[in-house]
Structure formats: structure tokens, C-alpha cells
Write a new protein. Structure first.
Length: 359
């Protein structure tokens, strides 16, 4: 009997249940039902504290379209993993290894993003058999062209821009839509292009406020009364990009606005005299059913993870490269960030048709 544990860690996203279903159903097929699956609660927290349950085959039915994660999730910062808790003297790494042994696992399947993969690699280096799948709306996991959750979030963020468009045109207003994505601009780039934004600001391309204001003026001169700016939550100005990390952190801590979009709105209002409104869809972007693309991707990743387990190939993340499913060594994934290349085709195409990146 093969014993496999599954956990979902970090921020939730669309497709987590579809991926859980994908790997579980494939495992039952691969091992002719000779497999026991343990659902570990709330990410690494459940592995640390021994919070898990044996799942039944039926638990994996009817969850393909379900948002969130049936296993629950939590954020357990990697940098704290090896820190012994002062009050309880809890050694988290030892506790995870002990619980893995207690469950009698042959393998641990981990679904997560960047931070999760650092810990997944650490557990693999500690001798646990680990197979992982890349999830996040940010699409910033190194080693895969696509993470699941990304396209579903792109659809939602695009719908937000679409809806804002109608109000912006009716009122002749300037609107900023702030899109998630943490330190990278994938989500904002795709939603911005798909939603027909006039300005797209990404962390990878620091903006010049005067250049952004120029766009408003140019559009007004051309008879356009409204402008839509898609702004990544991680967008930074050219001045900020020139700062040292510490200086940047201090200047952001002192910022009197809740986010970069509100600062941008205030600056644009004062330069251009336009009324600027801000919309922040926030966690809305991670909610609800996975889109069709993500359902297929989760199914493919799940089946690939089950194959790796069948072949006893551990220490890999399933990835997508040039349309093919690949196995990427965890050691190559951990600690890297997949940023948007500033000369990628999407940006070139957007620039070609007049979209401004504020630079
Ligand atoms: O990583 C996914 C993400 O939604 C980011 O885009 C965002 O910066 C972050 O998580 C928000 O984290 P939390 O859900 O902890 O507020």
C-alpha cells in the first residue's frame, strides 16, 4: 500500500482543488486503488502539528470547480522554519519529519508558490520524498511557464477593468485599477492588455510620473476624456528603483497612502488636474472557480505528479515548458523569482499598439 500526504500552502488560488483531485484520481488509477491518501490541514502547519486525516476516494469527487482548498492553507515563512519557538521549544523541521514518519508516508505532495517551494526543497534535502505543483495567481514560480491560478485571476482582473471601462467612458474619468501579483507584473500585464488599459505599470519597468501624466494629456488632446491605468501592486517609480533596499523599505513605510496606486492618483491629480479614482479588486482575484485553462493544467500537473510518485522520482516540481509537462528539480526552483522579461513579446506588442509603460 502506497501512502501519500497532500498539503496546500501559501495564499489560496483557483485550481487548488482541481489539482488535488488530479493527483488523487491519478494515484488511485496508477496504483489500482492500493494507495492511502492523507490530507494535511492548513499547509505546513498541519505537518508541524500533526493535523491530518486519512481521505477517502469520494473526498476527491465534485471538487473540480470548487474555489479555495478543501485542505485549508496558511503562510509559514521559510525564514522561520528553522527557528526554534522560544516559548514551546518546538523544532518545526524535526516535527515535520516526525509526522511524515508517523503517517508512514512514501511521499509528500506539496502545492504552493515561491515561499512554499523553498520549504519543499528544504524537506527534500532533509530526506523526505517530495513532489510539488506550482500554484499562484502571480505566475512567478521559476521553472514553469505557467502556474495554475494565473489565468483564472487574469480573467477576473480583466473583468474588473472591463467594468471600470464603462464608468470611465461615461464619466470621462481617469481610473487606476490596482492588480495583485506581489513583486512581479505578470497578472497586471495580461489583465492590462486583455482589458485594453492605456497605461500598464509593472515592477519590472519603473515608471516616471511625468511620462504617465503625459499620456493623460496626450489622450485629452486626441479627444479621449478617459484613461485607464492598470497598476501592479508592486509597481515602483524610477526614483524608488534607484534606492538601496533599506532606503526603499523606509520610504514605503513612511508613505502616507495605503498603496502605490493611491500615491499615483494623488500625484496625477496634482500634475494633470484630472479627477483620478482608484479601484482595488484585491483578494477577489483569487476567488471562485478555476477557468477552463486552469482546470486542464491542474489535471495535467496532477497526473504528472502521480507518474513521478509511481516511478519513485522524488525532489521534483511539475512544470510547463513550451506546452510540455516537465519535471523540474526542486533545488533549481527554490529561491528564484520568475519576473516579466522587459523585452518579452507581450510588452513589445503592447508598446507597438501604443500602450504606455510609463517609462
Ligand atoms: O501570492 C498571491 C498573492 O495574492 C499576491 O498577489 C499578493 O501580494 C499576496 O498574495 C497577498 O497575500 P495575503 O493573502 O496574505 O494578503
Amino acid at each position: 500500500m502506497k501512502k501519500v500526504g497532500i498539503l496546500t500552502s501559501g495564499g489560496d488560488c483557483q485550481g487548488l482543488n482541481a489539482a488535488i483531485r488530479g493527483v488523487a484520481k491519478s494515484l488511485y488509477e496508477e496504483f489500482n486503488d492500493e494507495v492511502e491518501i492523507y490530507g494535511i490541514r492548513d499547509g505546513y502547519s498541519g505537518l508541524i502539528h500533526g493535523n491530518y486525516t486519512k481521505m477517502e476516494k469520494r473526498d476527491f469527487s465534485g471538487i473540480l470547480t470548487l474555489g479555495g482548498t478543501i485542505l485549508g492553507t496558511s503562510r509559514q515563512p521559510f525564514k522561520m522554519m528553522r527557528v526554534i519557538d522560544e516559548e514551546t521549544s518546538l523544532d518545526k523541521v524535526k516535527a515535520m519529519k516526525d509526522n511524515y514518519k508517523k503517517m508512514g508516508l512514501d511521499c509528500l505532495v506539496i502545492l504552493g508558490g515561491n515561499g512554499t517551494h523553498k520549504s519543499a526543497n528544504m524537506l527534500s534535502e532533509e530526506g523526505l520524498n517530495v513532489v510539488s505543483m506550482p500554484k499562484t495567481i502571480d505566475n512567478d514560480v521559476w521553472g514553469t511557464d505557467m502556474t495554475f491560478g494565473f489565468y483564472s485571476a487574469v480573467d477576473i482582473a480583466t473583468q474588473v477593468i472591463d467594468c471600470i471601462h464603462t464608468t470611465a467612458t461615461s464619466h470621462g474619468r481617469v481610473f487606476i485599477v490596482e492588480i495583485m501579483g506581489h513583486k512581479v507584473g505578470w497578472l497586471n500585464l495580461y489583465a492590462g492588455i486583455a482589458g485594453g488599459a492605456d497605461v500598464i505599470l509593472l515592477p519590472e519597468i519603473p515608471y516616471d510620473i511625468e511620462k504617465v501624466a503625459d499620456v493623460l494629456e496626450k489622450r485629452e488632446r486626441g479627444g479621449k476624456q478617459f484613461t485607464i491605468l492598470a497598476v501592479a501592486e508592486g509597481a515602483i517609480s524610477k526614483q524608488e528603483a534607484a534606492m538601496k533596499k533599506k532606503e526603499f523599505k523606509a520610504s514605503r513605510a513612511a508613505m502616507q497612502y495605503p498603496s502605490v496606486s493611491y500615491r499615483l492618483a494623488a500625484e496625477l491629480e496634482s500634475i494633470s488636474g484630472h479627477e483620478v479614482r482608484v479601484t482595488v479588486p484585491g483578494h477577489f482575484q483569487r476567488g471562485g472557480s478555476p477557468c477552463a485553462y486552469d482546470r486542464v493544467l491542474c489535471t495535467r500537473f496532477g497526473a504528472a505528479a502521480a507518474r513521478l510518485i509511481k516511478d519513485e522520482r522524488y525532489g521534483f516540481m511539475t512544470g510547463l515548458r513550451n506546452g510540455e509537462i516537465v519535471a523540474v528539480p526542486l533545488g533549481e526552483v527554490a529561491g528564484k523569482l520568475k519576473k516579466v522579461p522587459v523585452d518579452c513579446d507581450e510588452i513589445v506588442a503592447a508598446r507597438d499598439m501604443g500602450i504606455s509603460f510609463g517609462d
